[in-house]
Design a protein around this ligand. Structure first.
Ligand SMILES: [Zn+2]
Length: 309
């Protein structure tokens, strides 16, 4: 039995601007060997790629994996396995799939982090059984995947769902995308921690800790979170108007806190809707690991494709 489980192991990596999250998925659908490494993109794109390949290789060796899935943010061409533009990692036209396959000596799938998260929530998580839902990841970046009849709709060139770059404050702070006043300048994890450190004069507080402080009654943390919630609700109201989802599944660091943490967002969204139906709002079943689970599912798919060919 042990041998069978080991045989089915796949490695999954979610590469973000702050961390590379890795894990192993066995045939029982349970994520194991959860690890996290610092991305440190300031080292340059080649060093980040080296970290990704080394982390994947370490996990693959230990688990005797038969395939690997890697998901990244930005514009991703799933079919050619190329990270077209991942600004947070400094990557442009990086053929991740072929390089990783060569390095790991197993089939590799490349996908988009949030679309993969949506896939995982649709198949095994909070979106199971829903025909029309939005998976919204709120962390270092903010983006959504629209899942319709169990399939993630990628938009042309895989560039859909970039909710983080909807403008909520015209002429506001400069965003890394080149625009001003985007949602990410207010509600992403780095924006939250930046504002908190400025107002509370307390450095080094990450978004997860900041949410905890707000829950515990820290007034500055509460004010920072409330501002982010209002901005997020404004964008979600737009998304609800456009897609009429029956369900919003919130992932990333915000969704990792469970349903209670989402109550203010739910309230703020309900207040903004007029004729639209209020969707159910649920935390992601995989917390901030939806992308990793999605990467594992992509790895299984590529394994099946290779085995069938
Ligand atoms: Zn932007």
């Amino acid at each position: 039995m042990r041998e069978v489980e080991l045989f089915m192991n796949v490695v999954a990596l979610e590469v973000g601007g702050a961390y590379v999250k890795g894990c192993v998925l066995g045939s029982d659908d349970v994520l194991r060997d959860r690890e996290r490494w610092l991305t440190r993109p300031e080292r340059g794109p080649d060093a980040v790629l080296e970290t990704v390949l080394d982390c994947a290789a370490a996990l693959a060796r230990r688990s005797r994996a038969v395939a690997a899935g890697i998901v990244v943010p930005g514009v991703v061409d799933d079919s050619s396995g190329i990270a077209v533009l991942a600004g947070a990692l400094g990557w442009r036209q990086v053929p991740v799939r072929s390089w990783a396959a060569e390095h790991l000596e197993v089939p590799v799938a490349l996908g988009h982090d949030v679309r993969a998260g949506g896939l995982a929530e649709a198949r095994l998580g909070a979106g199971r059984g829903s025909r029309n839902f939005l998976f919204v990841s709120v962390g270092t970046g903010i983006a959504a995947a629209w899942v319709l009849d169990g399939r993630v709709v990628p938009g042309s060139q895989g560039a859909g769902g970039e909710l983080g770059h909807l403008v909520v404050r015209p002429g506001g702070e400069l965003c890394h995308c080149g625009g001003r006043g985007c949602l990410e300048t207010i509600a992403s994890s780095p924006a939250l921690t930046h504002r908190y450190s400025r107002l509370a004069r307390w450095r080094g507080v990450g978004a997860g800790e900041l949410y905890h402080r707000a829950d515990a009654g820290d007034t500055v943390a509460r004010a920072v979170c409330a501002e982010a919630v209002e901005a997020l609700a404004a964008v979600l109201a737009t998304a609800v108007t456009l897609y009429a989802p029956e369900l919003l599944v919130i992932g990333g660091e915000l969704g990792d806190g469970g349903g209670e943490r989402l109550a203010p967002l739910q309230g703020a969204l309900a207040r903004r809707l007029t004729f639209q139906s209020m969707p159910e709002v649920l935390p992601a079943a995989f917390g901030d690991r939806s992308g990793c689970m999605g990467a594992a599912l992509l790895a299984r798919e590529i394994r099946r494709e290779v085995a069938a060919s």
